[in-house]
Design a protein around this ligand. Sequence first.
Ligand code: MF3
Ligand code: CO
Ligand code: CO
Length: 258
Amino acid sequence: MRTAGRLASELLDYLTPHVLPGVTTNQIDKLAHDYMTQVQHTVPATLGYQPPGYTPYPKSLCTSLNHVVCHGIPNDKAMKKGDIVNIDVTVIKDGWHGDSSRMFMVGDVSIQAKRLCKLTYDAMWHGIARVKPGARLGDIGFAIQRFTESQGFSVVREFCGHGIGRVFHEEPQVLHYGKAGTLDELHPGMTFTIEPMVNAGRKEITDGPGKDGWTIVTKDRSLSAQWEHTVLVTETGYEVLTLSAGSPATPDFVPAQR
Ligand code: MF3
Ligand code: CO
Ligand code: CO
């Protein structure tokens, strides 16, 4: 899991300089596919992925722009200055999954868009900072929701973090909202993702207008952001597995792990 996590993060590092105005999300997808299969010798977990009730996902990553909440499918449209985009990658190495996503700003973006991206990053870390043996899943969701709503933004309810390992999505569900002290207790050795989706406007979502079976957008068409890490519960706290040289710094409010 450590290796898979590092490789997922290194893939995001590799893609970073390519996220520019004029570049299409299909170009990003091709770069990612080639890097995974030819350089990392990893398998793109999303390619052909088909949960019950879905059509097979057609690409090697997800690109969710602006009001797209998650699962945006790469296409031939060029990104433009002012866009914000979430790139979500999942690699499989020797059967183990590493799942991570970051926000990217395409050229200069609005102050509001910048604020949303930073706040969502901090929201994810408020959740991560709660992870330790004996804590409960509800502690994570509570911390994320309290912080996000205190800033006047909203947390998407329909999608959550998930257990991950040899299986891409497994138990438990990791809600990004909730009540402290509730739900499953955390134990050393558990691996799961924390991946809050935060909307600048209302929390409600809907299917994308293209009806492609995957793309989810905000109902009010407000901007949405998401960050994702895969984390391990250790004997004393947590270890973030999806880190690499290009990972953004941990926020100052997060106590150091030992
Ligand atoms: N990587 C996403 C997650 O964080 C799942 C994408 S599934 C896909 O769980 F099929 F849409 F790619
Ligand atoms: Co995930
Ligand atoms: Co993901």
